[in-house]
Design a protein around this ligand. Structure first.
Ligand SMILES: C[S@@+](CC[C@H](N)C(=O)[O-])C[C@H]1O[C@@H](n2cnc3c(N)ncnc32)[C@H](O)[C@@H]1O
Length: 274
């Protein structure tokens, strides 16, 4: 595989699944319905499925028979996803699953032939501009709607606010756009680039906000998110590690104690053939 392999932990995906589910823009699902086969029998390709969070969220919101084709480059995540997909749709119709261990930036038209819907979630920021272009082009050629949820856009709001928040956010966003293994990642620019590319390829595009709204009830996720956010910022800008060490410690304690509210802004995008 050409893409650098960064393993995503199933524990992290499990921790964030409820927040992702609450954040996704449900009105895009309503917009999607008329594009799906009227009598059921939809084939849905989920690209970069991880442990299968998108299928668990979407399959029970749709009616009629569904066949999900789950793609990831990580065999363990694929096995987890296949074992935990819901067995039934909203009306009890059967949901079946197959998995494909693949690089989703290297799919061709044959892979997606007959697709009724293509989905992805929390994926785009990990791609380079070339990979995104290939990904979007292959999706657009499939001639079906594409739903891409939970793409970071580089904005977070922390309450109570602290002057260091903006420094960490800037370094984190630079880390998201870093060059690693010879690949320059798009990070928070990816969802805008995808919207432009789908439009250029003749598809209609709708974009909706899908923020995580984290408060005391999600202290475990808030704490884990905060530690990852700060660690990436410090890796990108090592000078910050010394200057903001006290900030990082006291903020992490606030997060763990449920005294930190965080909004992590994302966008959901739907593209469909005109
Ligand atoms: C942040 S996780 C999101 C997983 C899942 N969609 C979700 O919402 O929980 C990104 C997933 O994309 C996969 N991935 C990233 N780049 C990929 C590529 N080029 N080809 C295949 N899978 C990829 C990772 O292995 C990981 O499972």
């Amino acid at each position: 595989m050409s893409a650098e392999t960064v393993r995503v932990s199933p524990a992290w995906l499990g921790l964030r699944e409820a927040a992702d589910g609450a954040a996704r823009a449900v009105d895009l699902v309503e917009q999607l319905r008329p594009h799906l086969p009227a009598g059921g029998g939809a084939t849905i390709h989920d690209l970069g499925c991880g442990t299968g969070s998108m299928g668990r969220w979407l399959a029970p919101r749709l009616t009629g028979r569904q066949h999900w084709v789950l793609y990831d480059r990580d065999a363990d995540l694929l096995a987890h996803a296949a074992a935990t997909m819901p067995a039934g749709a909203a009306d009890g119709a059967v949901v079946t699953v197959e998995t494909r261990q693949r690089d989703v930036t290297r799919l061709d038209q044959a892979d997606l032939a007959g697709a009724s819907l293509i989905t992805a979630s929390a994926l785009l920021d990990m791609l380079t501009a070339d990979e995104l272009e290939r990904f979007v082009t292959t999706c657009a050629r499939a001639g079906c709607p594409v739903l891409i949820t939970i793409s970071v856009i580089g904005r977070v709001d922390l309450r109570p606010a602290d002057p260091y928040d903006a420094h960490i956010a800037g370094a984190f966003n630079a880390h998201q756009r870093r060059t690693t293994g010879g690949r320059r990642l798009l990070g928070p620019d990816a969802v805008g680039a995808a919207a432009d590319a789908f439009t250029r390829l003749g598809m209609d595009v709708a974009v909706r906000p899908s923020p995580w709204l984290l408060d005391a009830d999600q202290a475990a996720l808030t704490g884990e998110w905060f530690r990852g956010w700060v660690a990436a910022a410090f890796e990108q800008q090592p000078g910050l590690a010394l200057a903001a060490a006290g900030y990082a410690r006291s903020r992490a304690a606030e997060a763990t104690a449920g005294r930190l509210s965080v909004q992590v802004h994302h966008h959901d995008l739907m593209a469909w053939p005109r």
